[in-house]
Design a protein around this ligand. Structure first.
Ligand code: F0G
Length: 451
């Protein structure tokens, strides 16, 4: 069976090539921009390649009861909308996707928003949203006969790549910025058997080195410039639409680092709309950390038309990126859907993360920018009380336990960062206390804490 119906279209100059013609760095040979996967016939109203919406909705739901590995994946369950393989039998899956959509009742009440949800992508097999993209792109690598795959990463991409490569029997090479990724993520790359190099460089420096490497050796690049990653990462849009019975929420809020995820989710909703599966698009807003905010700056100065790279600093190491590869794609998504791009401070991120933890969910710091961003949007009157809002939580809370412990012990933030927010922070902190090993001492400590 030939399941493959796609071509690659350049985001910059519109040049079209077949998947096999892509260069090792996935840049357009004409203009240097990135490619998007495109499916012939989808934009036409009629035609033999255009899927039938009603039949698809039924089929995708039926697959949730199937015992087939491919059907149990929240990515490949939607395989009619990502026909990127010659044979779906080549797909490498860890049963990613199908992640929960949790109501956020306390935050909704505090913000005066009727309907607030968290789509928790940290509930994926390796603990982040990267699994949805990795199953797609690594399957392409396997189908094309590569033995080695590689990525530069702030940690989560490398964890996901190493796991999927191990499942497929491929070797993996990881480049990470030394000392700047969370231990949980580094431990995963080691455990899944990646060859891991810590470079004295930031993420953007790691990308530069890897781009050179893939041009010189037959190693398949799995960074998000690889357009197949985005095909997997668009599927949470399908899950969200399905969860709302194919109406879409009013507003989706996504963290922004290298800016592929916001691009992918925007593509997912756009395709659902083009194919007649949903009637409208949600607003999509992107939130960055204040110290790693090139897109937020770009929107403030040129409505996302021009972007100057920055030297990035934030404790939310996953999004410590100063020169995001997919910024043009993400800017288009924000503009086309009527969303916003904002930045939030280190204290705002830490507070939002603790609030999500206190709802029994938790997430990694980079994910918490979504709640911090929603607070700003709400304060600015950009989100109305009657709107349905979904925050995309991208990583699991256990990825970066040091950050969480630092917050609760009161050692994370410096005094300058906490100005005007100490009461709020103290109200959220839950440090562990050292107590004598007697019931009387524990009960006395409990009584003390209630004062
Ligand atoms: N949240 C988490 C937990 C991430 O790991 C990342 C990116 C993002 C948000 C931002 O997503 O880059 O698509 O805008 N992590 C990458 C990595 C860069 O190497 O793991 P983006």
């Amino acid at each position: 069976m030939n399941d493959n119906l796609h071509q690659l279209s350049c985001f910059g100059c519109g040049a079209r090539i077949s998947g096999a013609e892509a260069q090792p760095d996935f840049r357009c040979a004409q203009c240097g921009d990135l490619f998007e996967v495109e499916y012939a016939g989808w934009s036409q109203r009629h035609g033999q390649n255009r899927p039938n919406p009603g039949a698809l909705k039924w089929l995708w739901r039926e697959r949730r009861c199937s015992s087939e590995a491919l059907d149990q994946s929240g990515v490949w369950r939607f395989r009619e909308l990502l026909p990127i393989l010659d044979n779906f039998g080549n797909a490498v899956t860890l049963r990613e996707g199908n992640t929960p959509l949790y109501p956020l009742k306390r935050a909704a009440r505090a913000l005066g928003v009727d309907q607030l949800f968290a789509k928790h992508q940290g509930m994926n097999p390796t603990g982040s949203f990267k699994d949805t993209g990795m199953t797609a792109a690594l399957s392409v690598a396997r189908e094309r006969g590569f033995e080695w795959v590689a990525c530069a990463s702030t940690g989560n991409t490398s964890a996901a790549m190493a796991a999927y490569a191990a499942r497929a029997g491929l070797r993996s090479l990881v480049l990470i910025p030394e000392g700047k990724i969370a231990w949980g993520k580094l431990s995963q790359a080691m455990d899944y058997g990646a060859f891991t190099c810590q470079l004295k460089a930031d993420f953007d420096g790691c990308v530069r080195v890897l781009t050179q490497i893939v041009k010189e050796s037959p190693i398949y690049l799995l960074n998000s410039v690889n357009p197949y990653r985005l095909e997997g990462q668009k599927t949470p849009a399908f899950e969200i639409a399905e969860a709302f019975d194919w109406t879409v929420p009013d507003h989706l809020i996504v963290p922004g680092g290298n800016l592929a995820n916001s691009s992918a989710l925007g593509k997912g909703f756009r395709e659902l709309h083009e194919l007649g599966l949903v009637a409208r698009l949600p607003r999509i807003s992107v939130i960055q950390a204040e110290g790693a905010n090139p897109l937020a700056r770009s929107f403030a100065t040129s409505n996302g038309e021009k972007m100057e790279p920055v030297e990035a600093h934030t404790r939310a190491t996953a999004i410590r990126i100063g020169n995001p590869a997919s910024w043009r794609k993400a800017a288009r998504v924000v503009r086309d859907t009527g969303g916003w791009c904002l930045d939030v401070s280190e204290a705002e991120i830490a507070i939002a993360k603790a609030e999500l933890g206190a709802e029994g969910l938790g997430c990694e710091p980079a994910s918490a920018v979504t709640l911090a961003g929603l607070k700003k949007l709400r304060a600015d009157g950009k989100v109305a009380s009657g709107e349905t809002v979904v925050l995309v939580l991208t990583g699991h809370t256990l990825k970066d336990a040091d950050y969480t412990i630092g917050f609760h012990r009161g050692t994370l933030l410096n005094p300058k960062e906490t100005i005007g927010r100490t009461a709020e922070i103290e109200g959220l902190r839950r440090d562990a206390v050292a107590v004598d090993a007697t019931s009387a001492a524990v009960l006395a400590a409990l009584k003390d804490s209630a004062r």
